[in-house]
Every structure is written in C-alpha cells, then in structure tokens.
Design a binder for this molecule. Structure first.
Ligand code: PAF
Length: 288
C-alpha cells in the first residue's frame, strides 16, 4: 500500500490510475479504524480496481475543541488494517497540508447544503457540515473518483454530501453502507473507546430500545413511538438523549405519520457520560 502525504502526491497518483483506465474509489475517514470502516474498504475493494482511503482528523468539522483534542489517533494501526484490507493507497496529510497557514486569512467558501444540513446535527453542531463539505469536496476534487463510500451511521452526513456534490457539480457516485454493530448491538464508532466500563455496558441499550421501538411502532403513532424511545433511553444509566427525530429518509424533514414517505428513519444522538453517540433505525418500510 502506498502512503501519500501531500496533495500533489495524491493528485498525481489518482491521475495515473485514471489514465490507466482503472476505476477509482475514495473512502474518506478520520482514522481510529474499526470493523465498520473496514466494511467500507471491503465494499470499495470489491467494486473498484483502485481504492484510495484517506485518514485525516479534519479540524474544521469539530465545533467542540475538546472533542477534536480527544479524538483518537492511531495512524500505524490504521495503515496496517488498510493494507490488509487490500487498499491501494492511503492519503494521510497533516493539517497544514490541507489548510495551508498562508491561506488562513481567506474567507472560507460557503457551501449551499440546503435544508438537509439545517436539521438534527445541523442544529446541535453549528458549522459541522460546512467543515465536512469543505474537506470532502477537496478530497473528491483531488482524487476524481468514480465512487465514494460512507457509513450509514452518519445518516445525515450522506444526505449532506449528496447535496454538496450536486450543488458543486462534482460527478461521483455516493455509496452509503449499512451500520456495523458490536455483538451487543452498539453501533461501531471511533468514539466508543472513550466509554468507561459502566458506560460501555449501558450504551448497547440505545440500539436495544431502537429495535424494540420498531415493533412498538406497528401499533402506535409516530408521537407515541418518539416518546417511547426518548423515555427508555433517558432511563438508561448515564444516558441523556440530545435529540431523537423521526424523518423522511430523503428530505430529512420530520415525518408527519408513518405513511408520509417511502422510507422513514429515526435518528438519535445520546450523551453517554461525556461521549456523544449517534445511531439510527429504519421504521418504514418495516424490516422483514
Ligand atoms: O465520517 C467521517 O469520518 C468524516 O466526517 C469524514 C467523512 C471522513 C470527513 O472528515
């Protein structure tokens, strides 16, 4: 596996691959890789000739400085996992390479991300999606991939990235991949390592409640289901729901009832101690 550190190395490498007629995938990550990331790599390796992963903890998408500082960094272990997964090259720049200090004073481009970026994470993490759009658009422009892969745990992020590529005129297929879970149901996340033993034992309750609520939703209204989830998760030790929204999967608008859209998804954010966890579940169509 090639290790690329500069933008020029990345563009040169990607251009050579495209010139050779290879199909190219990009899998952007912030490192601290787990089996969820590896499922994205496996899918990308299966679908494409060349897979370029990126490992970069992007400062502009962190609205909370403490969260940025606490974000786990495990570069060597990440490289080994990527190599084993069959990834062709990893792009792992430092922050000055992506955001040169010489450009620091320049006003940042403001992305038109529409309504999908205003709700949920958009309300609770101001500026977060502008930062995501900034880094993902840069990576897509540098690589020019045929496809880019993202995990559905960050359900809203995928909608925002689709919107960004449309408004910025970036021609790429955005592929969302299913959430990977630990054996006890907890959605895999790089933040899970920050849970202490008690919190780690409690956190799987979030998915347990979400799963139970799909059953509950068959015989209850949307408002009743929302209340059921909020109350049951808030009753878990050390857990506090920040928001739980049941939305049309396409527009991310709050669903009015169970029939209002072909796919309806419940998106939750929970503080488990100081650790912010997110998860989601599909209510309609009902999983068989
Ligand atoms: O999902 C993530 O890890 C990040 O938001 C991404 C897409 C790599 C951009 O920094």
């Amino acid at each position: 596996m090639k290790i690329l550190r500069t933008r020029k190395e990345l563009t040169d490498f990607a251009a050579r691959c495209r010139a050779a007629g290879s199909s190219v995938a990009l899998v952007p990550t912030m490192g601290a890789l787990h089996a969820g990331h590896l499922s994205l790599m496996n899918r990308a390796v299966a679908d494409n000739d060349v897979v370029i992963a990126s490992v970069f903890v992007n400062p502009t998408q962190f609205n909370d400085k403490a969260d940025l500082e606490a974000y786990p960094r495990t570069e060597q272990a990440d490289f080994e996992l990527l190599d084993k997964a069959g990834v062709t090259a990893v792009f792992a720049p430092d922050a000055d390479e992506m955001y040169p200090p010489s450009e620091a004073g320049k006003p940042a481009h403001v992305f038109d991300l529409g309504e999908v970026a205003e709700v949920m994470e958009g309300m609770y993490r101001p500026g977060h999606f502008q930062g995501v759009a900034q880094i993902v658009s840069m990576l897509l422009r540098l690589v020019g991939p045929d496809r880019a892969y993202f995990g559905e745990k960050d359900f809203q992020q995928i909608a925002v990235i689709r919107r960004m590529t449309a408004t910025e005129g970036i021609n790429v297929e955005i592929i969302g991949c299913p959430i990977c879970r630990e054996a006890d149901g907890l959605a895999m996340s790089s933040r899970n390592v920050r849970l202490d033993a008690t919190q780690r034992a409690t956190a799987p309750g979030i998915y347990r409640v979400l799963s139970e609520s799909t059953e509950y939703s068959r015989t209850h209204t949307l408002d009743q289901t929302r209340a059921y989830v909020e109350n049951a998760v808030n009753a878990l030790p050390e857990c506090r729901v920040e928001y739980f929204s049941i939305v049309d999967a396409e527009t991310l608008r709050e669903a009015a009832d169970w029939e209002c859209a072909p796919r309806i998804v419940g998106c939750i954010t929970v503080y488990c101690g100081q650790v912010r966890l997110i998860d989601n579940i599909t209510y309609r169509p009902i999983a068989k």
